[in-house]
Design a protein around this ligand. Structure first.
Ligand code: PXL
Length: 276
């Protein structure tokens, strides 16, 4: 029951498993470890790429009762110590309802929502439902959101082709949700730099790093949001958390891992290697 003063901040991810370890809960936990927080996980679904089908996603949701059991264990175990959560892939409206109900059982300082909308292999109809459930039930609880290009278009209702568009979208998403927004252009906007926009209702900052290749790397979005959560859990300001997360992800992409899948995976150990 007792803790010493050097106890790490407890940080929860509610996310899916991506079996090959590039994205999802695995990426979150590795990020938490690298950034010095004690990572814990409630799994929402299991994704297994299918090598027989172009590495498309096979998706299996975890039963609602099992999700709420995990969250019950976690919230009782760490009550009073847990104030930061990262939300990753939910996958179904039922999961979103279960997660929202559990989140409402306690106060949170930081709810970092990575609004993962569709995952290949899901029915487009189901994705639409999930999209609507996210907007209705999880956005109101979020303090910090990290939409990618596609998600920012969906959430803002506008097409995003330039950095100026991305800024407008970030403002819109903030105005609608009240959350701090880190909208990710990544490799998807033209130009030599990977640009993300931070907007907290007051400060707008362009976070920029030279693109490393032109192809998105698996786990970048998950690791970015997890790094934001870890930094916030340690008491960092939101803007500094965003800057640290961007640098962490950039080094993870520079030191990425390739495999027989047609995409590389970010390596969360990359930043430490770079540092020396
Ligand atoms: O990158 C989004 C993502 C999040 N969570 C899980 C995933 C993926 C993409 O593969 O599998 C579990």
């Amino acid at each position: 029951m007792s803790h010493n003063t050097s106890s790490p901040a407890i940080t929860l991810t509610i996310a899916g498993s991506e079996a090959t370890g590039g994205a999802g809960a695995q990426a979150d936990l590795k990020t938490f470890q690298e950034l010095g927080v004690f990572g814990i996980t409630a799994l929402t679904c299991i994704v297994s790429f299918d090598p027989k089908d172009n590495w498309n996603h096979r998706f299996v949701p975890v039963e609602a009762q099992v999700i709420s059991d995990q969250l019950e264990a976690i919230q009782q175990c760490y009550s009073g110590q847990l104030d930061t959560v990262k939300l990753g892939m939910m996958g179904t409206p039922a999961t979103i309802d279960t997660v929202a109900a559990a989140l409402k059982k306690q106060d949170w300082k930081n709810v970092v929502l990575d609004p993962v909308l569709i995952c290949k292999g899901q029915e487009p109809g189901a994705a639409l439902d999930t999209d609507q459930a996210l907007k209705a039930n999880l956005f109101p609880l979020a303090t910090f959101v990290t939409p990618n290009h596609f998600e920012a278009e969906s959430l803002s209702g506008m097409k995003i082709t330039t950095v100026e568009d991305l800024k407008t979208a970030a403002r819109k998403i903030h105005d609608e949700s009240g959350a701090i927004v880190l909208a990710k252009g990544g490799v998807r906007l033209e130009g030599k730099d990977a640009i993300d926009i931070y907007y907290d209702g007051d400060q707008l900052e362009v976070l920029s790093a030279p693109k490393i290749g032109e192809v998105a790397v698996s786990g970048a979005g998950c690791s970015l949001a997890a790094a934001v959560a870890a930094e916030l859990a340690k008491g960092t300001t939101p803007l500094d958390a965003a800057r640290t997360a961007k640098a962490f992800v950039t080094e993870g992409i520079r030191n990425r891992v390739s495999s027989n899948a047609p995409f590389d995976a970010l390596w969360q150990g990359g930043a430490a290697v770079q540092a020396g």
